[in-house]
Design a protein around this ligand. Structure first.
Ligand code: G6P
Length: 638
């Protein structure tokens, strides 16, 4: 390798234009990273990978390419189309195909999306893309400024690249090690050094990163869909791992600098599963994939008609020691947890608490060795959920993860994992992620209730049959509600809506309401039907739509009372009832149906018409359904 810089030149801080009045502001990111080295055109592979990762963030994007003895950076505020246009201009102006490069798609919570804040951040010698937060970036920046570095962006990542630059004397690994030893925070980093034009470097701490293995080419990525078109073989990097990746070799070093091998995994997701397959939106595709996803989640664990979680660690002795269950998650996964509480308490007769992960960690929870912590997460990378998991584990809890992504941080930190097999979920608003989480929770509850001797054989057999019937019920829920598109046309202009229900219907109402607001931007609230009258009913006015979930048949009469209350105040009612229950026609203006069956498992089929309702309302309103504003699929910062 031709290192043409001399040490003195390297030490000299390079002056970059200062941004007048630039604010020192931390830039929180949860982003997509991709890296490529090999014979293909790096621009194409990186753009393709970023397209697959755009769900992780989409307010700006950029590439850094090793070309012509230097690093060429092209970046742009806005969606990938803006970056693509810039790249086309550069190609027209003579940019050759590169064979080694890194790319990034960004979602900012601080620091406005702008060209200058976009990644990669660079010096003439090194360029990085970063997912995570550098907590002590302020102090580091002051030190670097004293050395003569100037800053153009508001990001912590620019501080990091200049810190690496200041440690670089021709040895990339040494520079990374020395720089990162001074950093507090979380990061997944992909790095290009000008003097190493055929090598990618990467480091991982608390933010996900995988290495993909090809034939004569290798990849880095935040997530599997980014590389699936090229290879299925990958390794998940572990905490503190550092990687040197060339076209013909990948070398991984652990946090102590020892060369290590990481397990090579094979992604069984097919490429089709990560693409739209003829549907106008990923969300609609994923709604329709729910029967198959639930089959994949449940059927391998029901053998000869009996649930078997296939988790040897969770044995009879362990189960008997559990005196309480804590369910912890964020967003939709927390809503799945709410349903889980009703089901586990009802079947296992063990007290269950549900916690928002972001709240649990700051409230000194009563968690100990007699606690089973069930962590629910689609991505397995949600920062708040990871922090809550760590907190409870430190207090002695035994941790079961219900998680979709194999090898994710949550899967690895937990004592054992019950994987949902939803496959890749691309739409930001989760659908099959939720129903597979519900299925896993049902499976757990039935299995544990039997092991604990809390249900008799007849009930057990009944529930197992219900578990096996779930995929068909979900399909029926899709088929029964073809008119939902028409109903969305009727109600899409509402400024606000309410969702009410009791018991499990209330938990499902929370999720139905969240789906609507996430993708249609219509304000909506979910209320326990009996609680509405204690204040919130003041918001019900003439023509306001109230969605009334009435799938808990034992509580139907109570729901009728609540429907009457809102109708008396001028509301219109969209009722959701079990198929064949004609009583709803007398109460509601419009009706959705969910197939009947075990009321304890009602949330799974009944959410389907609500997912479809949210989808079609958003479509009527011309919203960007798969990439709603302000949201990110995987929230890897606190
Ligand atoms: C984000 C997503 C939500 C998701 C939540 C938890 O906010 O937009 O759809 O429910 O994170 O994600 P997890 O991957 O832990 O299930």
């Amino acid at each position: 390798m031709n290192i043409e810089k001399n040490r003195a030149a390297l030490r000299r801080p390079r002056k970059l234009a200062a941004r007048p009045g630039g604010r020192l502001e931390r830039c929180l990111l949860m982003c997509g990273i991709v890296g490529y080295v090999g014979a293909r055109c790096a621009q194409n592979v990186l753009l393709d990978g970023l397209t697959k990762l755009e769900y992780r963030g989409y307010d700006s994007a950029g590439l850094a390419l090793s070309v012509g003895g230097g690093i060429r950076v092209i970046k742009s505020k806005g969606r990938l189309t803006a970056l693509r246009a810039r790249l086309e201009e550069a190609t027209a102006a003579g940019l050759p195909a590169a064979h080694c490069g890194i790319g990034h798609t960004r979602w900012a919570t601080h620091g406005e999306p702008s060209d200058v804040n976009s990644h990669p951040h660079s010096t003439p010698y090194v360029s990085i893309v970063h997912n995570g937060i550098i907590e002590n970036y302020g102090a580091l920046k002051a030190v670097l400024e004293a050395k003569g570095y100037t800053f153009v962006s508001e990001t912590d990542t620019e501080v990091l690249v200049k810190l690496i630059d200041s440690c670089y004397y021709g040895e990339p690994l040494r520079a990374l090690t020395q720089a990162l030893a001074r950093v507090r925070g979380s990061y997944a980093l992909a790095v290009l050094f000008r003097d190493w034009p055929d090598t990618l470097f990467a480091v991982r701490r608390e933010s996900p990163l995988i290495v993909g293995y090809g034939e004569g080419e290798n990849f880095l990525a935040s997530d599997i869909p980014a590389i699936l078109r090229y290879t299925r073989r990958y390794s998940v990097l572990e905490e503190g791992d550092m990687v040197v990746c060339k076209a013909g070799s990948v070398q991984i070093y652990d946090e102590f600098g020892r060369a290590v091998q990481r397990e090579k995994l094979t992604a069984d997701w097919d490429i089709e599963a990560a693409e739209k397959g003829g549907y106008p939106h990923f969300m609609l595709k994923e709604i329709n994939e729910q029967p198959a996803a639930i089959t994949a989640t449940v059927s391998p664990r029901v053998e000869d008609g009996l649930p078997d979680l296939r988790i040897p660690e969770l044995n009879d002795q362990r189960l008997a020691s559990i005196k309480r269950v804590h369910l912890v998650a964020c967003g939709t996964a927390m809503h799945a947890g709410m349903v889980g509480k009703y089901v586990i308490e009802s079947l296992c007769r063990v007290p269950v608490e549900v916690d928002l992960a972001s709240e649990l960690r700051y409230r000194d929870p009563i968690v100990g060795e007699d606690t089973l912590l069930i962590v629910v997460s689609q991505s397995g990378e949600t920062a708040d959920t990871i922090a809550a998991l760590r907190e409870c584990k430190a207090r002695g809890a035994y941790v079961l993860a219900i998680v979709n992504v194999v090898g994710s941080t949550i899967a690895r930190l937990a004592d054992c994992a019950l994987y949902t097999h939803a496959g890749p979920e691309i739409a930001v608003a989760t659908t099959k992620g939720y129903t597979t989480q519900l299925s896993a929770l049902y499976l757990f509850a039935v299995w544990a209730a039997e092991k604990l001797g809390r249900i008799d054989e007849m009930r057990y057999n009944e529930l197992v049959a219900e578990l096996s019937a779930l995929p068909a019920r979900i399909q029926r829920a899709i088929d029964l509600n073809l008119h939902v598109k028409y109903l969305a046309g009727r109600w899409h202009a509402q400024r606000a809506m309410f969702f009410i229900g009791r018991n499990i219907d209330y938990a499902a109402a929370l999720e139905g309401s969240l789906k609507l607001k996430e993708i249609s931007y219509i304000h909506s609230e979910a209320y326990a039907a009996g609680e509405l009258k204690h204040g919130t009913i003041a918001l019900i006015d003439e023509g306001r739509l109230v969605v009334a979930l009435c799938c808990q048949t034992a509580l139907f009469e109570k729901m009728v009372g609540n429907i009457q209350e809102v109708k008396a105040r001028g509301a219109k009612v969209l009722g959701l009832a079990p198929e064949g229950d004609r009583r709803i026609f007398a109460e509601a203006d419009d009706v959705l149906f969910a197939p009947g069956g075990e009321p304890l498992f009602a949330a799974a089929p009944e959410i389907v018409p609500l997912q479809l309702f949210a989808y079609y309302v958003a479509r009527e309103n011309g919203c960007d359904i798969d990439k709603p504003r302000n949201l990110a699929k995987s929230v890897t910062v606190e």
